[in-house]
Design a protein around this ligand. Structure first.
Ligand SMILES: [Zn+2]
Length: 113
């Protein structure tokens, strides 16, 4: 993962028309929002830069749209961003499964049931 970078300068760090996943943050420390793009990471970040009040971001390139979605799911699970809707429900069929041994997020989810 690369970052944090200033969101308004995203075009200096992100390649053109690539799949990838990203984390947005207001203070550069907390993960406030997790997202992914299937084929236009720079365009997606550009929309957030114009339409949101996030100031920082992290990102990774992905080899495919499917790969980007899997990273997104893993980050949603790991960071539990406050701004994602329905963050507790990982969609079925993405093929993603938590493989972290002693994962704190899984322990919390299990305790909440
Ligand atoms: Zn887990």
């Amino acid at each position: 993962m690369l970052g944090p970078f200033l969101l308004k300068y995203h075009h200096m760090f992100v390649g053109v028309a690539a799949a990838g996943a990203f984390i947005l943050s207001r203070n550069g420390r907390a993960a406030d929002y997790v997202g992914a793009s299937a084929d236009d990471l720079i365009g997606t970040l550009g929309r957030f830069a114009q339409q949101s009040d996030y100031r920082y971001f992290w990102f990774v390139d992905a080899r495919s749209a499917e790969d980007a979605a899997k990273i997104e799911q893993a980050w949603l699970h790991r960071y539990r961003p406050t701004d994602n809707p329905s963050r507790s429900s990982v969609p079925h069929g993405t093929g993603w499964r938590c493989t972290t041994e002693g994962c704190a997020a899984c322990a919390l989810a299990g305790a909440a049931r």
